[in-house]
Design a protein around this ligand. Structure first.
Ligand SMILES: CC(C)(COP(=O)(O)OP(=O)(O)OC[C@H]1O[C@@H](n2cnc3c(N)ncnc32)[C@H](O)[C@@H]1OP(=O)(O)O)[C@@H](O)C(=O)NCCC(=O)NCCS
Length: 171
């Protein structure tokens, strides 16, 4: 199954909210995206659309590596969601693939994600431990990184935008 993937437009907010609320067990991801949008912290927000209906969403926001002198440009992938009735048909993979290509075009050096390793390894994400990257959530094996530019990751603590601070668990 293939969808049209495009940038979020202002009129898409309600439909994206619906996707998030239907895909996740609680409303915390929907509230997170709402806050990131309100504070203009959605660095990249893409939707997947089939026959004019929004069925999936992926967001990227800026992350920083605390203490890094090099100050590399990194993005955090979160959240990713597909409406339940269309899951496991390749739409999530399409959004991740097109999202990562868009991150490259934006000039990002690397992308991090907190999620299922089994799912994200197929896109080239590897354990963040290999890059000596830590995160603020105490997560280890579910925290992964992908270098878009060689040697763009410097060891340190990855900080997400402040809107993430009320969240618990992997996205
Ligand atoms: C996770 C999610 C975005 C994947 O998108 P999708 O379109 O359903 O997945 P794709 O079709 O791209 O990939 C399917 C494969 O991903 C894997 N997969 C899907 N959901 C998975 C999950 N929750 N955990 C682990 N692997 C998963 C499986 O290997 C599956 O292959 P299979 O059907 O042959 O077993 C989607 O299922 C979703 O929105 N889930 C609820 C929200 C969520 O948990 N998001 C967080 C992502 S970290």
């Amino acid at each position: 199954m293939n969808a049209i993937v495009r940038l979020e437009q202002s009129s898409d907010a309600a439909a994206i909210d619906h996707v998030l609320r239907s895909a996740f067990p609680t409303d915390q991801e929907a509230r997170l995206v709402e806050l990131l949008r309100k504070h203009q912290r959605l660095r990249l927000s893409l939707i997947a659309e089939i026959d004019g209906v929004i069925v999936g969403h992926i967001a990227f926001s800026q992350v920083t590596i605390a203490g890094s002198v090099a100050n590399p440009t990194g993005l955090g992938l979160a959240p990713l969601s597909i409406v339940p009735e269309l899951q496991r048909r390749g739409l999530g993979a399409q959004l991740v693939g097109e999202g990562l290509r868009a991150c490259e075009r934006l000039g990002a050096g690397f992308v991090v994600v907190l999620g299922e390793p089994e799912y994200y390894h197929r896109f080239g994400f590897r354990s963040a431990d290999l890059f000596e990257l830590k995160n603020e959530y105490g997560a280890s094996e579910v925290f992964m990184a992908l270098e878009l530019k060689t040697a763009s990751i410097t060891p340190g603590l990855v900080r997400y935008e402040s809107e993430f601070s009320n969240l618990t668990g992997a996205l």
